[in-house]
Ligand binder design. Structure first.
Ligand SMILES: [Zn+2]
Length: 206
């Protein structure tokens, strides 16, 4: 088999080299090498890396990066540097932001991806592209706001990527791959704050 991150021959799904990579580099290498058009499948595989935490700000870079990579793989024009920028920008949102700044960073990460794809700058001439970014951030923010129970980075990632897949297909001129079946979260056992059957991604069979 080949390693899901570097695609080199490997005895395991993740090779020895990639198993010890720093997480930003895991995201970068995975997104550079994948041909997937499914942001959700990409996120599931990356979050399955042994070093990936149950919660934390690395999820922000993850969301921004898989959306940029899926857009590229679906035929969208985006330079490789944008992938690095997506990771850098996602990573630049301070830890604890979601709790203390009144805005969920997984939602903002969706807007980061659209901003980079549209080449948004501080100039007003790009207002249409900026509106697209803000609209997705807004939709994703409301989606997360409608959750209840404990905060959960996995639930946030799944829900904003479901929504973003739909948004990209509607607005961004590409066709990303939407999930064919219900998304089933494999992280319940590791997550002390798991909302259990109250979460729409909960599965007792994984
Ligand atoms: Zn590898």
């Amino acid at each position: 088999m080949n390693c899901i991150i570097c695609h080199n021959p490997s005895d395991n799904a993740i090779c020895q080299h990639c198993a010890v990579l720093e997480l930003q580099e895991v995201i970068r290498a995975y997104c550079l090498n994948t041909a997937s058009k499914s942001p959700l499948n990409m996120a599931q595989e990356i979050m399955g890396h042994p070093g990936f935490p149950v919660a934390g700000h690395v999820h922000h870079a993850l969301v921004a990066a898989v959306l940029v990579a899926a857009y590229r793989n679906a035929g969208g024009e985006v330079s490789p540097e944008k992938l690095d920028e997506a990771i850098k920008k996602g990573n630049g949102i301070p830890g604890g932001f979601c709790a203390g700044f009144g805005a969920d960073a997984a939602a903002i990460a969706c807007g980061i991806a659209v901003s980079l794809i549209n080449g948004n700058t501080i100039n007003a001439e790009h207002a249409a592209g900026r509106a697209q970014a803000h609209a997705l951030t807004g939709e994703a923010m409301l989606n997360i706001a409608n959750n209840s129970g404990n905060r959960c980075c996995k639930r946030s990632v799944y829900s904003v990527l479901e929504l973003a897949t739909n948004y990209f297909n509607r607005v961004m001129g590409v066709t990303l791959e939407a999930p064919q079946k219900r998304i089933s979260c494999p992280f319940t056992a590791k997550n002390k704050l798991c909302n259990g059957p109250a979460c729409k991604y909960y599965s007792d069979s994984v």
